[in-house]
Design a binder for this molecule. Sequence first.
Ligand code: HGY
Ligand code: MN
Ligand code: MN
Length: 403
Amino acid sequence: MINENRLLQRLHDLSQIGRNKVTGGINRFSFTSEEQQAIELVTSYMKEAGMTVNVDGVGNIIGTYGEENETIMLGSHIDTVPDGGKYDGALGVLAAIEIVQTIYEQQLPLSKKIEVVAFKDEEGTRFGFGLIGSRAMAGLLTYEELQKRDASDISIQEAMKQFELSPLPLEKVKRNDIQAYLEMHIEQGKVLENEELPVGVVVGIAAPLWLEVTVTGVSEHAGATPMSIRQDALTAASEMILAIEQMLNGTTNSVATVGKLNVEPNGVNVIPGRVTFTIDIRDIDEQKISALESSILEHLQKVAERRNVTVTSKVLQRVKPAKTAPMLQQQLASSIEKYGVQPYSLISGAGHDAMNMANVAPIGMLFVRSKGGISHNPLEYSSDEDIVIATNIFYDTVMELAK
Ligand code: HGY
Ligand code: MN
Ligand code: MN
């Protein structure tokens, strides 16, 4: 059994780094001093667990336990969304370290080595696309993507350099020696709560397509321009955004979200001349995502023509949906049964590093119940008992694979 107090204490301690005292939300973005503090703390935990710790070219923190040839990799992320919760990503990394520390303290024999990874920039808060560390480890990150710039015009490669990271050649970061990749993560939805279950086995992960849309009209005087001759970029964008919601309401499990909106020149007495907004489109089926992408963009063009503005769009990130490996689903299900819980399979609406790792290894994911399905929010919560039973179940699966 794991040391539950140690795990729960570490979850608490890590959640204090980047925590907003007013909202309780956590702001721990990649390539920042808060993240650096979190990296130091997680590195110390990995060392306490008997692991050697390395940082690869893009900044993935990799703890290694054992010297056997074959590798079981456990991972997640420690960066957050703006004002995020304390469990998203962090739980998976700390649970994995706790499992290794339990093995280390009991000197349990293993036939495979175990690696624990805290992936770089899963959330994509700063550069407009995420999953950078797992994309690189899966050989999917490109040199062009390293040149993407943030709001202060700093590129990913420059930000990496500031933290003494050297991502090139990217081929050096790619891994093809992993027998299985497993991730424990909060569900961030309401399914397990509705089923009254503490854990669930993920069978597939819906993937995010992120678009940035720019609507261009004409900035004019708010008082001197009659309504009939305006080319108002914000009212056009507003009609577009509501139309996207109406188009998605009719679908089964596709979702689309406009999460960011920027208005220029953003003056009370100026008709907005330019608006940019993002669209996050998700489904487990890649064909459905591209069908939605074209029907949405087609509709935006129609609204633009009618309102005498122009609309352009660009892809910020396109990730393939992933299926988990049946063998790992079965292993997780049998570990769940050992703990007297009914195994339950579900789809992940949220994206995870496991999606990218599916390109280089069979993947498995264990979900932990989220209270009210709330996540990406300071109120994100999973109970101590759910966390403890989930980590023991995860530990059982890891031992079955690595013993
Ligand atoms: O966007 C996601 O689904 C994940 O939280 N990065
Ligand atoms: Mn997240
Ligand atoms: Mn996450």
